[in-house]
Design a protein around this ligand. Structure first.
Ligand code: DX5
Ligand code: ZN
Length: 214
């Protein structure tokens, strides 16, 4: 399989020095910037909104990988796309089944990539019928909401089913508890995009941390 896409999650960066931290991951070889958007409803935490994405867009050319952990994602797709998102991923659990395809299409109409995420307790069989409409599927390997949690290994077992079912070049991403060891487990099972927050930003050498994931 082609190269693994590393998407550092800025949730673990120093928000008072966000521009500096983004330049640092850029220099260290990151492929994308993962931006965790939380609304205090779909998940208990509150994080980043549209104005911050707009500011990030001005300081980097890396693709912005926006992970929406929010209710009613449809309402915010246009503002995030206009703020400069390159990939917008929403949660299957946050929408009605009959909206999934329509939302994928709506995201793609902005000429950006569409992603669908599932939480640890969601059965991957439920989303098989939607895989073909997306550029990326995100398998959460922790309960969404916070950085620094422990990897749930049973979630990684969902990867082969999606990989087997996918046609062509689907991006299969994992997010949560990714480090040198768990990255290995996930890429062996079919993941080709890894989100890592605390492992990268708490590392003594960010460049070494990123290379160790490849
Ligand atoms: C959790 C977020 C993650 C988080 C990952 O809800 O979606 O992107 O930042 O953090 P780590 O890598 O520390 O588990
Ligand atoms: Zn995330």
């Amino acid at each position: 399989m082609s190269k693994v896409i590393i998407s550092p999650s800025i949730l673990s960066s120093d928000f008072a020095n966000l521009g500096r931290d983004i330049h640092e991951i850029e220099k260290a070889g990151a492929d994308w910037v993962h931006i965790d958007v939380m609304d205090g409803h779909f998940v208990p935490n509150l994080t980043i909104g549209v104005p911050v994405v707009k500011s990030i867009r001005k300081v980097t050319h890396l693709p912005l990988d926006v992970h929406l952990m929010i209710e009613n994602p449809m309402k915010y797709i246009k503002p995030f796309a206009q703020a400069g998102a390159d990939i917008i991923t929403f949660h299957y659990e946050a929408v009605e089944r009959n909206e999934v395809i329509e939302i994928a299409q709506y995201i793609k109409d902005f000429d950006i990539k569409a992603g669908l995420a599932i939480k640890p307790n969601t059965n991957p069989e439920e989303i098989l019928e939607y895989v073909g409409y997306f550029d990326m599927i995100l398998i959460m390997t922790v309960e969404p909401g916070f950085g620094g949690q422990e990897f749930i290994s049973k979630c990684a077992q969902k990867l082969p089913l999606i990989r087997e079912f996918a046609e062509g070049d689907l991006i299969l991403q994992v997010d949560g508890g990714i480090n040198r060891e768990t990255a290995r487990v996930c890429t062996k099972l079919g993941a080709n995009s890894l989100v890592a927050g605390s492992y990268i930003f708490n590392a003594e050498n960010i460049s070494d941390a990123i290379s160790s994931l490849r």
